[in-house]
Design a protein around this ligand. Structure first.
Ligand code: G3P
Length: 218
């Protein structure tokens, strides 16, 4: 499973990209509202930091504006993927953009039937949300499993991008279920990395190495 980062924070993207683990980036209007600066410049800088699909979301609600906004975003950089919501207008715009060779990530996908519509419209990626199902006490991972199963039994080339990830457990379970990609918030990347036994092991090795040097110096 490929790992994307779910943020518009250039600082966080730069930090996690330096680990060499990122295959792409997803943003959304909420994430952009949390950072300063002009959106196009942010997208351009993200494309410099990470060489992979970079999702930029359209905010229009009617088909012609979704298409024109999508084309404008796609022209920023070849790695830009246009993000559109899973609704009737989003499907029509996805179909038009896909016919023009523009990759679309259909977001706010909650069911296998929505995912199949997105794939049939020509979406390159479909983003099932996990955490927002958990928020309403429903089984997000179960729905993700249904989508992966439906896609395995079809000829869709659409990649399943698990989104709304809230914990390292979500990442592991999305991989076990067979999602192609998980988009992960910066905080969860740090949680994935940390283990108390790794931390105490590094401390012990450093202490023992320092002790050996001290003995050699004595
Ligand atoms: O990028 C879309 C998705 O990952 C949003 O996550 O945490 O706002 O449900 P969340």
């Amino acid at each position: 499973m490929k790992l994307f980062i779910d943020t518009a924070s250039l600082q966080d993207i730069e930090e996690i990209a330096s680990w060499g683990v990122l295959a792409g980036v997803t943003t959304n209007p909420t994430l952009l509202s949390q950072v300063e600066g002009d959106e196009d410049s942010i997208y351009r800088r993200i494309c410099e930091l990470v060489d992979g699909p970079i999702s930029a979301e359209v905010v229009a609600n009617d088909v012609p504006t979704m298409i024109s906004e999508g084309k404008r975003l796609a022209a920023i950089h070849p790695n830009i993927v246009v993000k559109l919501p899973t609704c009737a207008e989003g499907l029509s715009a996805t179909s038009a953009l896909a016919k023009d060779g523009i990759r679309v990530n259909m977001t706010l996908c909650f069911t296998a039937s929505q995912a199949m519509l997105a794939a049939s419209a020509g979406a390159a990626f479909v983003s099932p949300f996990l955490g927002r199902y958990d928020d309403i006490s429903e089984d997000g991972l179960g729905h993700l499993g249904e989508i992966v199963e439906c896609f395995a039994n079809s000829l869709y080339e659409t990649e399943v991008l698990a989104a709304s990830i809230r914990s390292p457990l979500h990442v592991m379970e999305a991989a076990q279920i067979g999602a192609d990609i998980a988009t992960i918030p910066p905080k969860v990347f740090h949680q994935m990395l940390k283990h108390p036994l790794t931390g105490s092991g590094i401390d012990q090795f450093n202490k023992d190495h320092a002790g050996r040097l001290a003995k050699q110096g004595a």
